[in-house]
Design a protein around this ligand. Structure first.
Ligand SMILES: N[C@@H](CCC(=O)N[C@@H](CS)C(=O)NCC(=O)O)C(=O)O
Length: 249
């Protein structure tokens, strides 16, 4: 029997969600070690030198960075294609994924989700209110204006759902966790696209594990995830206390 793919990383990370949704689209078996990145041990640091999640372990191969992982999955496994076939469409899909990872990541993760949820939880201190305000009132509206011109009024970006759709929508789920949703009157395409994509079973099926991960106390989290049917790995690359050694912010 072939071993399932292993993903190291929290169900609540937009980058981990992107990879898991792509694995679901491909119909592959996986197991997860749901660590928060700041809690990674020395072996985690060897696998992920930037100490970021997700990490994929596939037999004797380990890969970090969600984009690299998804492209590896698309090349190594048949089934639902993650990128469109036409080179011009592929380039545009890659750009929109990059825009999501970089710009939406800066805004929704580092500007909102991290400040409002992760920072207080992990470090026990409030986040940066000035950064939250600037994100909400200046930077996020500008990003949504851009997306409104790029996203389709119905369906997905390149026919069937793929990596670019998933990447964009994934960040909006974390934005919603931090209390921000696109106003459908001002950005109707974006609001509709995000709702449609998050409703697709490849992402929607992950929601129950995210709910557990968000709501269970750290101590009881592993058991709560197992009780909810989450496919967890027996091995873990985390430790009990967060490490401040490497931090982007
Ligand atoms: N480019 C990376 C970004 C991954 C990333 O930033 N993950 C966050 C969690 S959502 C993380 O591990 N942060 C820890 C840190 O930056 O120290 C990817 O696509 O996988």
């Amino acid at each position: 029997m072939t071993r399932p793919l292993t993903i190291i990383g929290s169900f609540v990370s937009p980058y981990v969600r992107k990879v898991l949704a792509c694995i679901n689209l491909k119909g592959l078996a996986y197991e997860v070690d749901p660590i928060t990145p700041f809690f990674g041990n020395g072996e985690f640091e060897r696998l992920s030198p930037l100490r970021r999640i997700p990490v994929l372990i596939d037999g004797d191969v380990s890969v970090s960075d969600s984009t690299v992982i998804c492209e590896y999955l698309d090349e190594a496994y048949p089934g639902h294609p993650l990128l469109p076939a036409d080179p011009k469409d592929r380039a545009r899909a890659r750009w929109l994924e990059e825009y999501a990872d970089t710009r939406l990541g800066d805004l929704f993760i580092w500007g909102l989700f991290y400040q409002k949820i992760v920072h207080p939880l992990v470090w026990g201190e409030p986040g940066d209110q000035a950064r939250i305000d600037k994100t909400l009132h200046e930077d996020a509206p500008a990003a949504l204006d851009y997306l409104e011109g790029e996203l389709p009024p119905d369906g997905f970006l390149f026919g069937d759902i793929g990596l670019a759709d998933i990447a964009i929508a994934s960040f909006f789920r974390n934005a919603a966790y931090a209390g921000f949703e696109p106003d459908a009157a001002r950005w109707p395409r974006t609001a509709g696209f995000v709702e449609r994509t998050l409703d697709h079973p490849c992402i929607d099926d992950l929601l129950r594990f995210e709910d557990v991960q968000r709501n269970a106390a750290i101590k009881g989290r592993r058991q709560a995830l197992l009780d909810a049917g989450a496919p967890l790995s027996a091995e873990s690359w985390g430790e009990r206390e967060p490490r401040k050694g490497y931090m982007r912010l």
